[in-house]
Design a protein around this ligand. Structure first.
Ligand SMILES: Cc1cc2nc3c(=O)[nH]c(=O)nc-3n(C[C@H](O)[C@H](O)[C@H](O)COP(=O)(O)OP(=O)(O)OC[C@H]3O[C@@H](n4cnc5c(N)ncnc54)[C@H](O)[C@@H]3O)c2cc1C
Length: 342
């Protein structure tokens, strides 16, 4: 474990903003975790866990107490379920991208649509990471975590994780630090059915088709790149957290009204009906590439906020508030940020 005092956190986030950690603990070996618990107990405030920093805004003052950067790596197949799915155990700091690539190469379906999403595997249950019709909840079996309240290791099955639309019991909670995760994936050369029209369009297949895993992954990457949703693909919009806002849940009456205005309104696996946050931002009059506050602007490819030279956490937070207010005023729908403010 590497311990650094007053460690700058900005380079450890994709936005590249924010102050230092009072003490940064970088965990490479899970066997060192008990030592971290002892040291964190001696630090002020509650410990904060950081993965790849792709869904957080670190405050300009930084984090006073202990920050744990989860840098453990490794995955292994541990057996199979009664219905023949392959169990894959993954360390929390393992890059999600590598997990997705490995499972595709092994001929396992369940995570292929998550290709191109940055971050660590340990963060995937936090907001039930998902894209293009697949989400963590589809194949997560259980997580092993340190419970700071019970002060012991616990194993939570998927039901206990409370996975919903971009949420879980872990979201906006510091109670658990996730250390290992187990997924169950089905052997198949073909992908899950392609449910998104844009992905089906790139593949030139009807919606509902299954195609070779590698082909669907390439198609998803093509769609994601066109929206600047793959880090490093645009050259200008890389200081990004992806979507800043959740697609808000709406009532049946709101859905009818918005459909009449040709809004993208979709039903999600948790039973909720939601309207696209990007569509709302566009309706509120924001234009691609335009500044909102100093150092923060709309992405040039997608209706989300990105950071530029001169960005601060205070400015990013202010920009979020300005977008929320304008969307509410112009559309009557309240946006919620999906980010964690550290
Ligand atoms: C270009 C881009 C595209 C994106 N596309 C998508 C998308 O399609 N779908 C989607 O769902 N998300 C997307 N995201 C958001 C982000 O990638 C995911 O939320 C990802 O899971 C965050 O992982 P991370 O390791 O960077 O977590 P961090 O940003 O470091 O942390 C996020 C939260 O998880 C907590 N956390 C992290 N690791 C642990 C752990 N081991 N134990 C307990 N808590 C932990 C942190 O405390 C924090 O609250 C995108 C982001 C970017 C920049």
């Amino acid at each position: 474990m590497r311990v650094t005092h007053e460690a700058p956190l900005a380079p450890m986030t994709t936005l590249g903003i924010g102050g230092p950690a009072g003490v940064l603990f970088e965990l490479f070996d899970p066997a060192d975790f008990p030592e971290f618990v002892t040291l964190a107990d001696a630090s002020p405030g509650e410990p904060v866990c950081l993965g790849a920093g792709s869904n957080v805004v670190v405050s300009d003052a930084g984090c006073e107490g202990a920050v744990l950067r989860m840098s453990t790596k490794g995955l292994r197949m541990t057996g199979s379920t009664a219905d023949g799915r392959v169990l894959v155990e993954v360390q929390a700091g393992h890059p999600l991208g590598d997990l997705v690539d490995t499972t595709i190469a092994e001929g396992l379906t369940g995570l292929e649509m998550l290709v191109g999403i940055p971050g660590t595997t340990g963060a995937t249950p936090v907001q039930n990471v998902g894209a293009y019709g697949q989400e963590t909840a589809d194949c997560l079996v259980e997580v092993t975590a340190w419970d700071w309240e019970l002060r012991r290791m616990v194993t939570l099955d998927a039901a206990a994780c409370g996975l919903g639309h971009r949420t879980s019991v872990f979201k906006h909670s510091r109670r658990w630090t996730l250390l290992t995760l187990v997924f169950a994936l089905r052997r198949s050369a073909l992908s899950a059915p392609v449910t998104y029209r844009t992905v089906a369009g790139v593949l030139d297949v009807p919606v509902g088709s299954s195609v070779p895993l590698e082909e669907v992954a390439q198609a998803v990457l093509t769609v994601r790149r066109s929206k600047g949703m793959v880090l490093g693909c645009s050259g200008t919009d890389d200081r990004s957290v992806g979507s800043v806002f959740l697609s808000p849940e709406i009532s049946a009456a709101q859905a009818d009204g918005l459909r009449a205005r040709h809004a993208p309104v979709n039903r999600f696996p948790d039973g909720s009906t939601r309207v696209s946050a990007s569509w709302l931002i566009r309706q509120a009059g924001f234009e691609l590439g335009t500044p909102v506050v100093t150092g923060v602007r709309l992405s040039s490819l997608h209706y989300t906020l990105v950071a530029d030279e001169g960005a601060t956490a205070a400015g990013f937070t202010r920009a979020i508030e300005l977008v929320r207010q304008e969307v509410l005023r112009r559309t009557g729908v309240r946006l919620t940020s999906e980010l964690d403010f550290l």
